[in-house]
Design a protein around this ligand. Structure first.
Ligand code: MG
Length: 750
């Protein structure tokens, strides 16, 4: 019967010296013995006393020196802290009762102490910025040069060194035109600049000085709507029928019926009226003074139709326990209705109402849900003698003459511009006027545009929007080329849908759009669910490229964390600095065009719950707290955040701050063309908390590995780890194993 003896070499860890983690290996890692003679009963194992170790000393320890049967004997070895090869012999003796012992020795070696701490050694930056990183800047709250507390063009110019050190190659400026709001998304003149921000000469100076630092200027262009104080709209409001600008806006006296029959060009061929809001221009004789007879029919106990007729008959209205009232006049009065037949109520009254009337099922000052009945939107004009349908859902005042309504998708103060039939949008006066304005800024040196709310130009009709954007891009790009540029102009659209998919179609019209689904993927990755990150990013890019096809210029996906309309990134990450740094590291090592939103580099937090201003906080430049354009957001700031420690001055002095981290990894992106312009491919390094990919261009290839977990993770790397060029957190190698600390990232040049 054969006897097997197994010798197990177990690695044990000594207490960690300093911060470096020590693990080691013994070769061979385990040994097994088999006595050739089946009658062997006892195996004795000992060190032979003459083995050598370098340095000298006992580092092999046997837990026992003898055993029998299948007893295993474990061996431990002390940590090899000396980074040298050690070797030893172990003598194994097998005793057979009444017979000569058999013995042999086992040679054991221990390799160099395994763990090498990675020390990144990036190549020198050649000074040629190539990162294609854009900084989203709020003109009103970035930097104030003239002491009025509102950001301005000269303020931006004075901070170009800051932006240059941040490695950005372009600025997206919030709307810079005259406006009635602090944020500027209600433009009152596309051909002028907001005087609070400076003069055209100031703006030109900003453009020129930015260009000297390799920084382009992109303007925010609000195509979907103007401000209600734009002279075009004021003219329409003053004279809806006669204004020469009436075609600039989407006007209707009966929008419900007109939309349903496809007569409103701006709906892009669709007949849905579910989107956008209509507001009255206040024209027309909507009120009435005189004697009228009202008859309300009910259905299911609820008012369903009203018929109004002019009459000379006697006034009625003395009713006990009325169930319905006509509500009209200013001040408003209630006229109780008499039940005259099943489901029918009537009243004759002298009314004097400037605004029309409503039907209600309660009397008094309160209007509980479901008690107010009016007309359906766009179908609220009385025709005497004809029944009009009633509704309690979004009930509109019932009026006596047609008023003109205008479409305003976002707010009453932002009337939508009208580009006519999408198939010939380029012929519309609004199209020509906006292209002419964009051309003016291109001729001044502007390098591109961010286009606001492009989904709403044709009310979410992608086909119509795409044709419009394609035509608008072509027209402005022609002006850009005429200004002497050899390349194509950059434009990025805000095609914001719930979820990746419909937005991809907009690449048929524009070279770039924001990928709003990216932030969710990035957030998941730094919260530990990282394995799907690289494939998601590659899918986004592939989907956009497929939609763009061979149209020039090629698609470039714009990636960002959050923007001025979203809760802040740092808050979403629990104000966890390690996660904020890793989110930046992932953004800046990914392909596409990264956007950094003002304050993101400083770790600003804030939510929209208290007002949009709280996600649009001014930069705090100095520790003393004096340099901060708070008036740009009407002083709506979170003073618990705007403290010295978060200031630019403090963070520049701290080599571990988020700001210095952004500077460092932006420099990395600028240094390596493979990061800035390269193609992403998946690496084989796996693990649920690991995001890993290659970035390659030409002969340059980088391996990027991020551990999104809050604990260390060891992975096997088949590529060379000899040239680490960037490190966030901690990383050690042992052989082909890489151990990344919590929220740690590393980039190797291959
Ligand atoms: Mg100012």
């Amino acid at each position: 019967m054969a006897l097997a003896a197994v010798l197990v070499f177990a690695a044990c860890q000594e207490p960690k010296p300093q911060e470096e983690e020590l693990t080691f290996s013994v070769t061979p890692a385990s040994l097994s013995f088999k006595a050739e003679d089946s009658s062997v009963k006892l195996v004795t194992v000992s060190t032979n006393g003459s083995w050598t170790a370098t340095p000298a000393g006992e580092w092999i320890h046997l837990d026992k020196t003898s055993g029998s049967g299948n007893a295993s004997i474990s061996v431990t070895a002390s940590a090899n802290t000396e980074e040298v090869v050690r070797s030893a012999n172990i003598l194994v003796i097998g005793n057979k009762e009444g017979s000569k012992e058999q013995q042999f020795s086992v040679s054991v070696t221990q390799e160099e102490s395994g763990n090498h701490t990675l020390v990144p050694s990036p190549a020198a930056f050649d000074g040629n910025k190539r990162s294609s990183t854009t900084y989203q800047l709020l003109v009103y709250s970035f930097a104030d040069s003239d002491g009025d507390g509102v950001g301005d063009f000269n303020g931006i110019t004075s901070k170009l060194d800051y932006l240059d050190a941040l490695g950005v190659t372009a600025l997206w400026l919030s709307p810079a035109h005259p406006t009635s709001s602090y944020h500027g998304y209600d433009v009152n003149d596309y051909n002028a600049l907001n005087p609070a921000f400076g003069t055209e000469a100031d703006f030109k100076s900003l453009i020129d000085k930015a260009h000297e630092k390799g920084i382009k200027i992109y303007m925010d262009f609000v195509l979907n709507h103007s401000g209600s104080n734009h002279p075009w709209f004021k003219s329409v409001k003053a004279d809806p029928a006669g204004s020469p600008y009436r075609d600039y806006y989407v006007l209707s006296k009966n929008y419900s019926a007109e939309a349903s029959s496809g007569k409103i060009d701006n709906y892009g061929g669709g007949t849905s009226i579910g989107m956008g809001n209509w507001h009255s221009l206040g024209d027309g004789e909507i009120g009435y003074k005189g004697r009228l007879h009202f008859k309300v029919q009910t259905s299911g106990g609820k008012p369903s139709k009203v018929t109004v007729t002019q009459t000379d008959g006697p006034v009625t209205g003395s009713v006990s326990n009325p169930a319905l009232w006509i509500y009209a006049g200013n001040p408003a009065q209630e006229y109780p209705m008499e039940k005259t037949a099943d489901n029918t109520y009537e009243v004759t009254a002298d009314i004097d109402t400037p605004w029309g009337f409503l039907v209600r099922t309660v009397s008094g000052n309160s209007w509980p849900d479901g008690t107010k009945f009016g007309a359906k939107g766009g179908n609220n004009v009385v025709t005497f003698g004809e029944p009009l349908s009633l509704t309690t859902s979004d009930a509109q005042d019932i009026v006596f003459g047609a008023t003109t309504y205008y479409l305003a998708s976002f707010a009453e103060s932002m009337p939508d511009l009208n580009y006519g039939k999408y198939t010939e949008c380029e012929k519309s006066p609004a199209f020509k006027a906006t292209v002419e304005a964009a051309t003016k800024w291109v001729n001044m040196g502007v390098d591109g545009f961010r286009l606001d709310a492009v989904v709403w130009v044709y009310q979410a009709q992608a086909r119509a929007n795409v044709r419009f954007l394609s035509e608008w891009y072509k027209a402005v790009n022609a002006a850009y080329k005429a200004a002497g540029h050899a390349d194509d102009i950059f434009m990025v659209g805000e095609a914001w849908y719930n979820g990746h998919g419909e937005e991809t179609k907009y690449y048929q019209g524009l070279p770039s759009c924001f990928e709003f689904d990216y932030w969710g993927k990035l957030k998941n990755a730094v919260n530990g669910t990282a394995s799907g990150y690289a494939s998601a990013v590659m899918s986004f890019i592939a989907d956009h490229a497929a939609q763009r096809g061979s149209t020039a210029p090629a698609a470039i996906t714009s990636f960002h964390m959050t923007n001025h309309d979203q809760d802040r990134a740092a808050g979403e990450l629990g104000k966890d600095l390690a996660k904020e740094k890793q989110a930046a590291a992932m953004l800046l090592t990914s392909p596409g065009k990264p956007f950094i939103y003002q304050g993101e580099e400083l770790g600003y937090w804030g939510t929209k719950s208290g007002g949009d201003e709280y996600v649009r906080t001014p930069i705090l430049w100095d520790k003393a707290g004096k340099e901060c354009a708070k008036k740009g957001v009407n002083n709506k700031v979170d003073n618990s955040m705007l403290k010295a420690g978060i200031s630019v001055e403090a963070q520049l002095e701290d080599e571990n701050s988020l700001l210095t981290f952004y500077q460092s990894w932006s420099r990395l992106r600028n240094t390596y063309p493979a990061l800035a312009e390269g193609e992403m491919t998946q690496s084989s390094i796996s693990g649920s908390t690991i995001a890993s990919w290659y970035m390659s261009t030409g002969a340059q290839k980088l391996l990027v590995i991020h551990n999104g977990a809050g604990a260390e993770k060891t992975v096997t790397v088949s590529d060379s780890m000899a040239k680490p060029v960037a490190l966030l957190g901690s990383a050690t190698t042992s052989g082909n194993e890489l151990t990344l600390g919590a929220h740690s990232s590393v980039v190797f040049e291959l």
